[in-house]
Write a protein that binds this ligand. Structure first.
Ligand code: SF4
Length: 355
């Protein structure tokens, strides 16, 4: 690690950062009123989802599920529909399971103890630290990708976020700083905000940074070198062949397995493959003959570890496919179903009015 004349003063750094946050924090819905439940929901939503999308979804979700009991007792389809657009639907299921545990074991109130928080489904050290510090004022650290980058630069530690020893150092540094914070919740949020808005991966704005006088990477002109660039890995490609089938002005949809991507969500009948399939192969994999299978359009979605090409077809079911049709649900135009973003795009291509 680089040698430097800078000696970190945790109390001074915490004060600077808290002052900066109070003056520059973005106005986000979950910051307007702090409760443990609102903190937990916002932190789970923000994992792997852009802030702008969470901004749209947060208030309607909280209106429908204002407390753990409301979420725990809701039908899963309703929870997934309210989550729709946020992606990674496993989080919605985990949040509902966590709400169930909160009702059963904690009298319906989100616990404040980080250990108890970490025992909830879908809650890791970061989320537990965020809720315990932001909603309960505890001096516990948090480290996510943004915070990791800020801390690596403050200490000029050229380590990537997937290096376990480097991540341990980041947690130790976060703890070193938060212990001296006046308000640990404000401090932790400020650290996240700094990583999101100032100490960004590219176009770093050191000239506006409240911690520039404590930053070794800035002092040594190494900001752009930390963290080191990730090694590019070729992304696997998948092809999803989605077939719009309409009968008596209703569209056929089916439920995905609860495991894996878009688990438990609804979609038009879809054949997944590692390569593009010909119409005959699609029909063979579906196990039925579809009349006049016609390609309507294609689009791509890039997920965390793969790229998916969607090919959207329109077809007609011949008479006599009754056993296979039992797995289908027929929805009317505008009928609300829990669907992912890609599935909604498929409906758009099929010119099917959804909610
Ligand atoms: S001075 Fe620059 S590199 Fe250092 S923490 Fe601030 S924004 Fe990040």
């Amino acid at each position: 690690m680089a040698k430097s004349s800078i000696k970190h003063d945790p109390s001074g750094m915490a004060r600077e950062l808290e002052r900066w946050f109070k003056a520059h924090a973005r106005d986000l819905p979950w910051r307007r009123r702090r409760t443990r439940w609102r903190s937990l929901v916002s932190e789970i939503m923000l994992q792997q989802t852009q802030v702008s999308r969470v901004v749209e979804k947060f208030d309607p979700f909280l209106k429908r599920f204002p407390n753990p009991a409301a979420l725990a007792s809701a039908p899963e389809d309703e929870v997934l529909a309210a989550w729709s657009g946020l992606g990674y639907y496993r989080r919605a299921r985990s949040l509902q399971a966590a709400a169930g545990v909160i009702v059963e074991r904690h009298g319906g109130r989100v616990p404040s103890d980080p250990e108890l928080l970490m025992a909830l489904p879908g809650v890791g050290r970061y989320t537990a630290g965020a809720v315990a510090s932001i909603a309960c004022g505890q001096h516990v650290p948090i480290v996510d990708g943004n915070v990791h980058r800020v801390l690596s630069r403050l200490w000029a530690d050229p380590v990537s976020a997937d290096d376990r020893a480097g991540m341990n150092r980041a947690w130790e540094r976060a703890e070193f700083l938060v212990k001296e914070a006046g308000d640990p919740g404000v401090f932790n949020e400020a650290l996240m905000e700094l990583g999101a808005c100032v100490c960004t991966p590219k176009a770093v704005s050191c000239s506006t940074c409240p911690l520039s006088s404590s930053c070794i990477a800035f002092d040594q002109g190494k900001v752009e070198l930390i963290p080191p660039p990730k090694q590019r890995v070729a992304q696997p490609i998948e092809h999803h062949h989605a077939i719009g089938l309409v009968r008596r002005r209703k569209l056929a949809v089916q439920k995905r397995s609860t495991e894996g991507r878009w688990g438990g969500m609804w979609e038009v009948p879809t054949v997944e493959s590692k390569r593009r399939l010909r119409p005959g192969e699609i029909q063979k994999q579906l196990g039925l003959e579809i009349e006049s299978l016609e390609l309507i359009g294609s689009f791509q979605r890039t997920l965390t570890h793969r790229r998916v090409h969607f090919h959207v077809y329109r077809g007609q079911l011949p008479v006599g496919n009754k056993p296979w049709m039992k797995s289908l649900k027929w929805i009317a135009p505008g009928e609300e179903m829990p669907m992912g973003v890609a599935q909604r795009r498929t409906l758009e291509l099929l010119e099917w009015p959804d909610c």
